[in-house]
Ligand binder design. Sequence first.
Ligand code: MLT
Length: 237
Amino acid sequence: MKIDALLSPAEIQTLPRRDLAETTCVVFDILRATSSIITALANGAREIFPAATIEEALALRIKWPDAALGGERHGDKIEGFDLGNSPAEYAQNPPARIITTTTNGTVALRACQGAREVLAGALLNMGALVRRVNAQPPRELLLVCAGTYMDAALEDAYAAGMLCALLADQPRTEKAAICKTVYRQYQNDSRGALEDSLNGQVLVRNRRREDVRWCARESVYDVVGIMKEGAIRREDV
Ligand code: MLT
């Protein structure tokens, strides 16, 4: 298994033109898309549809009228939607079917849809991710760091680096090595890494410190979220 990483939205945009038939993508959008997705699956949501745009989300709602609409733009709940993107909103009896659209996370998930497998990655389910990758090692493991707007995101590289560090030594690219170095820099201080990140600072400034703390918790859910035919469903590991 070779480990590679994408660090920026610009690289992620090229994914649809890449042969991913032998690749497992793990998408990290730690603050907060994949953390909210894992929280929802761990607490009862059955299937979650990531949409790249609001228009796509509304079109999916026509197909699935019982689905709740969730997500964010500029960090806030979208007008007319049922849920925002704070993970705590998904921790108490979440809707069984959820359509979600966020600034970077759902765009990254959709960009990976040609891959052999697509997993939603978070610190919240890190142990389950490690077990799942070890149980079914792909030829290539691509760590997709969703980023923020058009920039890379420290917290996503940190989480990707943690997964790298927790997998036995594998051939890896320089970008995967960069992620591992970011992780080691914080010596497993996940809260410190997230509070240092630009996204984390913005969330704290917007009185969402609890979201940062929630997303910084490690391996609290033994589930992975696997995307197939456009829907992310839970697999217990
Ligand atoms: C994203 O997709 O960029 C994040 O989920 C944004 C957020 O949750 O505020």
